[in-house]
Design a protein. Structure first.
Length: 306
């Protein structure tokens, strides 16, 4: 439940928007088109930057991106965060900035619905409000119903979580210590420039690339299998393909890089790899025996996250 500050009077626009939302929720409960999708499959489909939505939800510890609600929900600029310290679903900063988180402790199975519900609840609160208790929602508007889908989704990766504090504000010592503690627990992550939804990270003494893809799952697995069978699935001789995981309907291939590789060192590798992958995706012939074995190995190691 959001902690709200009291205000005098009733805002007619807010009241009208609340009424519209209740009507939409009633329609969805009766079988409307905006209800929960199939177990979160392609939960962020039709949103700009779908692959980045998935990456921020699963592999990027500290990042923000810009978004905007549509006219029905006030045409408000918002900030989407990978995670808000305290595992808050949403926050209305004291400077008026509205933030919603993608990584939260629990989920109904439809991330788009969950985030939309948190966003709707925080929209009408006053600055200084946090949503610190949130019950999983039933059928209702999803992000695709709430956001302006023409507004670009531009991701910024941060080293820590200072983005929850308004610019120019010195946080209280307790909050500052908590932010520093959260930052120390994060995996160093960098968005590879010039490439959509590709993220380098360092885990201990090892470096990896995790690349969220929007191709059809079966076709992408076939293409990866074709490359793997030809020993072309690595980014280069020192960056080997180690598998993939699935989240929100997308496949996220993973490569282990040569020890000590930095993010900027792999940017030039991804263009040529993309060309090889596109060529493999264009092949419509049945898989060969070697390719089927390669695909079976990839699938056997595949993990579905949430």
């Amino acid at each position: 439940m959001a902690k709200r500050k009291k205000s005098d009077g009733v805002n007619e626009k807010v009241a009208a928007r609340r009424a519209a939302r209740k009507a939409a929720q009633a329609a969805n409960a009766a079988g409307g088109a905006s209800g929960a999708d199939d177990g979160g499959r392609r939960a962020f489909a039709d949103l700009p930057g779908e692959a980045d939505w998935v990456a921020m939800r699963e592999v990027v510890p500290a990042a923000t991106a810009t978004a905007r609600t549509n006219a029905e929900y006030g045409s408000k600029d918002i900030v989407v965060a990978s995670l808000i310290p305290g595992m808050l679903p949403a926050l209305h900063r004291t400077d008026g900035v509205i933030m919603v988180a993608l990584q939260t402790p629990s989920t109904s199975g439809d991330p788009s619905r969950d985030v939309a519900a948190a966003l709707i609840e925080i929209l009408d609160t006053e600055p200084g409000t946090s949503l610190d208790h949130f019950e999983l929602p039933g059928p209702g508007p999803r992000l695709q119903d709430v956001l302006d889908t023409e507004h670009p989704f531009e991701v910024t990766v941060h080293e820590g979580f200072d983005f929850v504090v308004p610019d120019g504000v010195d946080p209280e010592p307790e909050l500052k210590a908590a932010l520093e503690e959260f930052a120390q627990l994060t995996v160093p992550t960098v968005k590879v420039p010039g490439v959509e939804a590709a993220y380098w990270c360092r885990m201990g003494a090892r470096e990896f690339l995790r690349w969220s893809r929007t191709e059809d799952e079966e076709q992408l697995l076939d293409a990866l299998a074709r490359l793997h069978a030809k020993r072309e699935s690595g980014l280069d001789a020192d960056a080997r393909f180690i598998g993939a995981f699935r989240s929100s309907g997308l496949v996220v291939p993973v490569w282990e890089l040569a020890r000590g590789t930095e993010a900027e060192e792999i940017e030039d590798l991804l263009g040529p790899y993309q060309e090889r992958l596109v060529a493999a995706l264009a092949v419509d012939e049945p898989l060969t025996a070697d390719e089927r074995r390669a695909r079976a190995g990839i699938v056997s190691r595949q993990v579905t996250l949430r």
